[in-house]
Design a protein around this ligand. Structure first.
Ligand SMILES: Nc1ncnc2c1ncn2[C@@H]1O[C@H](COP(=O)(O)OP(=O)(O)OP(=O)(O)O)[C@@H](O)[C@H]1O
Ligand SMILES: Cc1cn([C@H]2C[C@H](O)[C@@H](COP(=O)(O)O)O2)c(=O)[nH]c1=O
Length: 227
């Protein structure tokens, strides 16, 4: 039996550039799904397990920058393996809904497209890292990068430096946006691009509509999500 067939939960990932509102929208969706009686796990990448959080601190602190995109991709993948094994797969097999702030598409966009690793390297990495665990739905939150970067900067504590990727130039973030568009357009059955340059309640409403459309059979049984 395939990994997908064995598990009963749903795996939803949120992707996009810096400051586009992924964490905000995950919190809103989590509340709605919990109100509907679902068992929800919220997690993030890099991170989500103790070992993966340690790798996160190292990468986002800039420790791996000089090693280059290949080594960074391997570190993100190592973190992902532990995250999947210790948290994501067990949660899905227990019937939980897993909402994850970034996943493998971020490696495709940040290290693959921007770091020029190439499709074959990324596909090989995904094969060994994901071991069949793939999102049921990926919401790509989209907005002009200058707006997201402004929001991310405003969110930082006064005086705190930008992290490893936030501190890259606007050209880097424009290429990221293009890469996320290409990912979503190549897999329309999994990915939906959401215009995130709107108020949080407007984005939230759009996301509920998409969940209803895409995971309809499950959602229609949930009164709090019915409209
Ligand atoms: N629709 C919105 N309009 C205006 N501000 C927003 C909106 N959504 C979120 N924000 C604010 O923008 C900032 C970034 O939002 P959030 O942390 O949710 O983004 P993110 O995509 O998770 O960011 P990152 O990837 O950089 O961690 C926060 O201060 C948040 O309160
Ligand atoms: C999973 C993943 C993440 N990144 C980058 C993207 C962001 O700049 C940071 C994570 O920070 P956030 O505030 O939690 O969004 O890491 C990456 O380059 N590759 C990846 O696979």
């Amino acid at each position: 039996m395939s990994d997908r067939a064995k598990r009963r939960g749903r795996f939803i990932t949120f992707e996009g550039g810096e400051g586009v509102g992924k964490s905000t929208q995950i919190r809103l969706l989590e509340a709605r799904l919990r109100d509907a009686g679902l068992d929800v796990v919220v997690t993030r990448e890099p991170g989500g397990s103790q070992r993966a959080e340690a790798i996160r601190a190292y990468i986002l602190g800039g420790g791996a920058r000089e090693l280059g995109p290949m080594a960074e991709a391997l570190l993100f993948s190592a973190a992902r393996i532990d995250h999947i094994d210790s948290l994501i797969r067990p949660a899905l097999q227990a019937g939980k809904w897993v909402l994850c702030d970034r996943f493998a598409d971020s490696t495709r966009a940040y290290q693959g497209a921007n770091g020029k690793l190439g499709d074959e390297v990324i596909a090989a990495l995904e094969k060994v890292t994901l071991a069949g665990v793939r999102p049921d739905l990926t919401l790509v939150l989209d907005m002009p990068p200058a707006i997201g970067l402004r929001r991310a900067a405003a969110r930082r504590e006064a005086g705190a430096p930008a992290d490893r990727f936030e501190s890259e130039g606007l050209g880097f973030h424009a290429r990221l946006r293009k890469a996320f568009h290409q990912i979503a357009n190549a897999e329309p059955e999994r990915c939906v691009i959401v215009n995130a340059d709107r108020t949080a309640p407007e984005v939230e409403a759009d996301i509920f509509r998409i969940i209803d459309e895409r995971l309809g059979d499950t959602v229609r049984r949930l009164p709090a999500l019915a409209r």
